[in-house]
Design a binder for this molecule. Structure first.
Ligand code: FMN
Length: 337
């Protein structure tokens, strides 16, 4: 097994068996309430959660978040996630494809289009690779090799800094993105991995040509914590692993700084009520990662059960707030709690 695959395997084990959620920081959604409406004038059976995102239709504004399993587990995880996404009409963000670009034997594990012919499918690579020789051709190859609709680039300086042998050079990346992103020829997104994009970052990249930003804020899985636990078996750097921009705050800041860019709300999205609040705060769709990892190592049905709970809760939240459509949900003003 290559070093990269070995590390990814370790990440999965840590994510499955240790507590990798933030211990002291929350998403901030608990600071907001949806306005409850006792006479909503809606019919629960007719709540319409359909939307489109990056050119694909979605039955609800929900994507499966990016999770890589490395060479050995990606096949099983990605297949179960893809089948569930297709059955429920939801989107799928795949985990980092670096392992497949560097080891062709890993490629079949990422080729899930045949399991999800209609689903929004988003590939994934690390932005730091742009300082290690990756250019637009490599990014295009990542999208086209798996017949994806778009590519998400993750930016994760805190995680890489805590990782043994992680990428340390994030210098010059905004200028590099300005050259590379428009030349890829497919929609490109920027995402964090759970420490959050800020308004300042959104301002720096708003004219780069990204098709969307995924705030991937703090309050759910802390990737610095995953790295600490993977490297040392314990949290060595408690202040670093608890650092990040709460997802609700990241959404508000990023939406204000780049109002024209579609946003994905992720990082600690754990209920349909979180999804409803995220849309009312400016997100186009939400994404959920860690709660789907265990189910993804089991079966498509196990993944579907989690996703069905989330979409049921979203419909109930919309109904009891009097929003029959996502457009009406987006017009609601949340109440500070
Ligand atoms: C097992 C696992 C693997 C992940 N791998 C990737 C990855 O390869 N690329 C990426 O951009 N994010 C990756 N993430 C980060 C998630 O996409 C997401 O940003 C983060 O976990 C916060 O969302 P959550 O709180 O819903 O887990 C991974 C997350 C998990 C749990």
């Amino acid at each position: 097994m290559s070093d990269l695959s070995h590390r990814k395997r370790k990440h999965i084990e840590v994510c499955l068996h240790e507590d990798v959620q933030y211990a002291t920081r929350t998403t901030g959604f608990e600071r907001w309430d949806l306005p409850y409406r006792a006479l909503p004038e809606t019919h629960l059976g007719e709540i319409d959660t359909r939307t489109s995102f990056l050119g694909r239709e979605l039955a609800a504004p929900l994507l499966i978040g990016a999770m890589t399993g490395g060479a050995s587990l990606s096949g099983l995880i990605n297949r179960n996630l893809a089948v569930a996404a297709q059955r429920l009409g939801l989107g799928l963000m795949l985990g980092s494809q670096r392992v497949m670009l560097e080891d062709p034997a890993a490629a079949p594990g990422f080729k899930v289009r045949r399991y999800a012919p209609d689903a929004l499918l988003i590939g994934n690579l690390g932005v730091a690779q742009l300082n290690r020789g990756y250019g637009p051709e490599r990014l295009r190859e990542a999208v086209e090799a798996i017949d994806a609709d778009a590519l998400a680039l993750h930016t994760n300086p805190l995680q890489e800094a805590v990782q043994h042998g992680g990428d340390l050079d994030f210098s010059g990346l905004v200028a590099r993105l300005r050259e590379v992103v428009p030349a890829v020829g497919h929609p490109v997104l920027l995402k964090e991995v759970g420490h959050g994009l800020s308004g300042a970052v959104a301002e720096a990249v708003r004219d780069v040509g990204f098709a969307a930003l995924d705030v991937a804020g703090a309050g759910g899985t802390s990737w610095a914590k995953v790295e600490d636990l993977a490297n040392h078996g314990a949290v060595r750097h408690p202040d670093l692993v608890e650092w990040g921009i709460p997802t609700a705050d990241a959404l508000v800041e990023v939406h204000a700084a780049a109002p024209a860019l579609p946003l994905i709300a992720s990082g600690g999205i754990r209920s349909g009520v979180d999804i409803a609040k995220a849309l009312a705060l400016g997100a186009s769709v939400a994404a959920v990662a860690h709660p789907l990892l265990g189910p993804a190592t089991d079966s498509p049905e196990a993944v579907e059960a989690v996703l069905r709970r989330l979409t049921f809760e979203l419909r109930v939240a919309m109904h009891a707030a009097g929003a029959g459509t996502l457009a009406e949900l987006r017009r609601l003003s949340l109440r500070p709690r």
